[in-house]
Design a protein around this ligand. Sequence first.
Ligand SMILES: [Mg+2]
Ligand SMILES: [Zn+2]
Length: 226
Amino acid sequence: MEKAIFFSDFDGTITKKDVIEAIMSNFAPSHWEDIYTYLTEGKLDIDVGIRMMFNLLPCEKKEEIVNWCLENVEIRDGFNEFLLYLKEKNIPFVILSGGMDFYIYPLLKEYLPLIYKIHCNRFICKGGRMDVFFGYRCSKECKRNCGVCKPYIIQKYYKNYNLKFYAGDGITDLDACQYNDIIFSTGGFTEYLKEKKKRTINFETFYEIVNAMEEMERDINHENHL
Ligand SMILES: [Mg+2]
Ligand SMILES: [Zn+2]
């Protein structure tokens, strides 16, 4: 029996939209957009860029931001059913996110019993400004200064799993993909992977992921009976 695991990005993958982008556009002064553009174009290291953005916000805004997220951030359809499906199949669900704990945990509160582990950045307050504590820095194989280094985490903590699923929506998921067997992608990331001739299964809702996994299981069972 194969030992399977499912990894997922958070922002824009579990949620319909990128939460950091939403927080910044509602709470930060407008030059956050320059930082964000540099980040997405790869002109700024991820760790530097994310600190620069959160430094724009005073710590006292934290509660207001969390409440705003709880009211405005939408989780993709079928997430609960997807988690129940994984539980039934004994497949642990692990979140690898370059986002921040202070909004991820409240947004996922009702789902936490079905989540095996969340690896993300930690919120700290420094001199009254929001700041980021990086718990998972890159190993020397990764040159991106990720903050939360997804390939590093997969290699260090989960290498004993021999069937790895991954869901993501952006460039920071790219390096993680090479350590995974089956990639689910959404948004512009699907096009990007297709251009690079990488195999990927596009999804909009988690129901589609469940369907695809059920289909794969049927195929495997069928092959075993031939
Ligand atoms: Mg994302
Ligand atoms: Zn890295």
